[in-house]
Design a protein around this ligand. Structure first.
Ligand code: 0PR
Length: 378
């Protein structure tokens, strides 16, 4: 740091220079984040100093968090769910597994394991490390959903939880949560649904997928407002069916305005809680559905266009993720060639494919331009 501060004008110029180095979202098809909605930005700015880590000082923000928990619980089949607004999918995943880990530890269990699909987000590798539990990977069926037989085979007396993904990171596929719920009920095992991405998509799809608290075996769900919820970063949400899971996460906070705290972080953004509250109130289910409808329309446009130039999808898109199949040796070259044309797409692991996430910042013109470049590149 310099001894003396700079002028406002100089700072603005510095910021502008840095901003220009960041990519804007227009040609980014590799991200699950997007521009937050204008009303979210407004609310965020209004509550910048608010800290939900000491929520007795910020009662209004706390009320907004409670309302969001109720709204998202209701969206996911249980308006009486218990939870809090986290920093995102990673924290929610950690906390879901930590809650059941702590509960089972009290019962004297050790060497615990959980079973996740092969497609699970890499945050589960962090969980294995942080919580000292084994994370077993179940194999997939041909449509890249978790194979429930594989899950059943992996269950043993040290299994404390099963994870299903409602909207996989790489393929946008939805695991058979109903079947997993059946297994969870039969075996009395905690079932966690990672709907970080899909939570704001699946309820608004034309096709009906059972994936939420309306299935009795589902114990907890994660849903991220900072992905398809149009809120600001950081905004995640973890919801539990039963309050006792939240209690497993509580530490006492003797000198704060609240007696205890269940979040992983201490100081916690009230701004993104306000942003989430504002945008959900503003859009309502109708507004969210309009956004999902458009993302799905554009996803199909992309996939159909790719088919016309001879590139099939890995799976027919279930959500707003398109995965295009190339010979394994070709994918990297195509992704790089597209990058040279200022596109950002990503690659899936197995099977290797080109992945494009069609977020709300994408429009029809972008898809057209992308398809033109894709055709030239291949
Ligand atoms: N669960 C699922 C199903 C996810 O897709 C993700 C993130 C997480 C959990 C973790 O969420 P947080 O990143 O909020 O902790 N999925 C994206 C990914 O890792 C996130 C992302 C977003 C990546 C924007 C890139 C990017 O530009 O691919």
């Amino acid at each position: 740091m310099e001894e003396r501060g700079m002028s406002r004008e100089m700072i603005e110029a510095l910021l502008q220079e840095k901003k220009l180095k960041d990519l804007s979202y227009e040609r980014i098809l590799s991200s699950m984040c997007t521009y937050p909605h204008e009303i979210a930005v407004y609310a965020h700015g209004m509550f910048l100093e608010s800290n939900l880590g000491d929520s007795g000082l910020f009662r209004g923000t706390r009320e907004m968090e409670d309302k969001v928990i109720r709204m998202l619980g209701a969206l996911l089949g249980n308006e009486n769910a218990f939870g809090y607004l986290s920093t995102g999918g990673t924290e929610s995943n950690i906390q879901a597994i930590r809650a059941i880990r702590n509960r089972k530890r009290k019962e004297g269990l050790s060497d615990m394991n959980i079973i996740v699909p092969e497609t699970a987000h890499f945050s589960f590798d962090k969980i294995a490390d942080l919580l000292s539990i084994n994370v077993q990977k179940a194999s997939l069926d041909e449509e890249l959903r978790v194979d429930v037989n594989s899950v059943e085979r992996l269950i043993n007396d040290k299994t404390i939880g099963i994870v299903g993904i409602a909207g996989t990171t790489e393929f946008g596929q939805i695991d058979p949560i109903k079947e997993l719920s059946g297994i969870a009920m039969d075996r009395d095992i905690f079932l966690f649904v990672d709907a970080a991405f899909g939570g704001f998509v699946i309820p608004f799809l034309d096709e009906n997928y059972e994936f939420d608290f309306s299935l009795d075996g589902v114990s907890a769900i994660s849903i991220d407002p900072h992905k398809m919820g149009m809120s600001t970063i950081p905004a995640g949400c973890i919801l539990f069916r039963e309050e006792f899971y939240l209690d497993e996460l509580v530490v006492s906070t003797p000198y704060l305005t609240t007696k205890g705290q269940c979040s992983l972080t201490g100081t916690r953004s009230g701004a993104s809680a306000a942003a989430t509250y504002a945008v959900l109130k503003y859009l309502g289910k109708e507004g969210l559905k309009t956004i999902v409808d458009e993302c799905m329309r554009l996803t199909r446009l992309l996939v159909d266009g790719a088919k016309r130039i001879g590139i099939p999808p890995v799976i027919e898109p279930v959500m707003n993720v398109a995965t295009l199949s190339f010979p394994e040796s070709e994918v990297g070259r195509v992704v790089n060639a597209l990058e040279e044309r200022r596109w950002r797409v990503s690659m899936t692991r197995t099977p290797k494919s080109l992945r494009a996430v069609i977020m709300p910042h994408t429009d029809e013109e972008t898809i057209k331009l992308f398809l033109e470049d894709l055709e030239e590149v291949v």
